[in-house]
Design a protein around this ligand. Sequence first.
Ligand SMILES: [Zn+2]
Ligand SMILES: [Zn+2]
Ligand SMILES: [Zn+2]
Length: 165
Amino acid sequence: MANDEVYSCLQEMNFPMSIEGFIMANSLVDQSLNNLQKSGLRLTKQRKAMLEVLAKAENPLSAEETHSKLESATCDLVTVYRSLEQFERIGVVQLGVRENGTKVYCLSHGHGHHHHLTCRACGRTERVDLCIGEELEDVGRSYGFTDLSHVMEVFGTCPECQGGS
Ligand SMILES: [Zn+2]
Ligand SMILES: [Zn+2]
Ligand SMILES: [Zn+2]
């Protein structure tokens, strides 16, 4: 699709996103669908709809949040939970966790292993590519553990939320 075509299409849809954002979200969905098929997961309308929601989200979403952004009747919450876990297992989405322990999933920060820096006040989330998980998992291996994984997140107050307003 040519850029101006995309643009008029965006205007029609009243899409709250830049052209760059729109193209990025679409290519993330395309790549994810490719990865889905490579992993032998069927490409269903429901899965595609979930990936589209995650690609447009600025911050990682919980299963409930993903479900609430789907068009009603796309699928039930249990299906969303199950699909997100499958996506995570095959590396299509990255799992994160909030301070209260809620699992969240992200696609809009792109593919590949990463962690998150999250503002407690506004929920804004940045991608963090620093990872010391290998070292931690080595410790796990030294105890004879297998199937290791790790969850690591950083929380704080972002510059916009500082200053006591
Ligand atoms: Zn992320
Ligand atoms: Zn903030
Ligand atoms: Zn890591």
